[in-house]
Write a protein that binds this ligand. Structure first.
Ligand code: ZN
Length: 90
């Protein structure tokens, strides 16, 4: 894939509203497109703490949901085989 020339304007960051120019280090090297709009590398790094917190929270919720589902299934006489992950009648 052809890289854009140094000094080429990639676009405007949707978070800090600044122009992203190729060759501006972290800002342009790690700039990413989301829904056709740019997020610069600096804003991306700035989102790390919140991203990690969101990911941790999502994983916790998924675990609780799984445990609740397993409990519900057990109540009705079914069990999940831990080896195959399939439902089995108790
Ligand atoms: Zn930005």
């Amino acid at each position: 894939m052809r890289e854009p020339d140094i000094g080429t304007v990639l676009g405007k960051c949707i978070l800090d509203n600044s122009i992203i120019v190729e060759g501006s280090g972290l800002r342009s090297n790690h700039a990413t497109l989301r829904g056709g709009r740019w997020v610069c590398g600096e804003c991306l790094v700035g989102l790390l703490d919140d991203s990690v917190a969101a990911l941790t929270s999502q994983q916790k919720e998924a675990k609780i949901e799984t445990e609740m589902l397993i409990r519900k299934v057990k109540k009705y006489g079914w069990s999940v085989n831990p080896e195959t992950g399939k439902l089995e009648k108790l």
